[in-house]
Design a protein around this ligand. Structure first.
Ligand code: THU
Length: 130
């Protein structure tokens, strides 16, 4: 899977978003270190606060699918409503838990931009710190 394919997968995931309240559709495609792709979309809730972002749902998909294949090589995030669409703070911390190395977003011209995770969440707290 190259970066463009990962972004296409994220965009396809965004099409499945359940976002009747914000109408802000997000898709995330995680590439694991072993080359597996796991997808997620945002799922909103009438109680608003129970909304779960696309990135965290993709992590949930990854975790339930395999006990071994849980190292995140990169995550691509897409939204038809925002270009670029970066992961929120909560999702950054959850991605950090599984060793995410890079975040990929797409700008309004369709160009891809990749960011080292340290730039996305500097001086982070993770499992090694416990
Ligand atoms: N959202 C995500 O899915 N990922 C993010 O990183 C940012 C926000 C969703 C949550 C909510 O359903 C909608 O976008 C508007 O905040």
């Amino acid at each position: 899977m190259d970066l463009r394919e990962m972004m296409d997968a994220a965009r396809t995931a965004a099409d499945k978003a359940y976002a009747p309240y914000s109408n802000f559709h997000v898709g995330a495609a995680i590439l694991t270190e072993s080359g597996t792709v796991r997808l997620g979309c945002n799922i909103e809730n009438a109680s608003y606060g129970l909304t779960v972002c696309a990135e965290r749902n993709a992590v949930g998909e990854m975790v339930q699918a395999s006990q071994e294949d849980r190292e995140i090589r990169l995550v691509a995030v897409a939204s038809p409503e925002a270009a670029p669409c970066f992961p929120c703070g909560a999702c950054r911390q959850v991605l950090r838990e599984f060793g995410c190395k890079e975040v990929v977003v797409e700008d309004e011209n369709g160009d891809l931009h990749r960011y080292p995770f340290e730039q996305i969440l500097p001086h982070s707290f993770g499992p090694e710190d416990l």
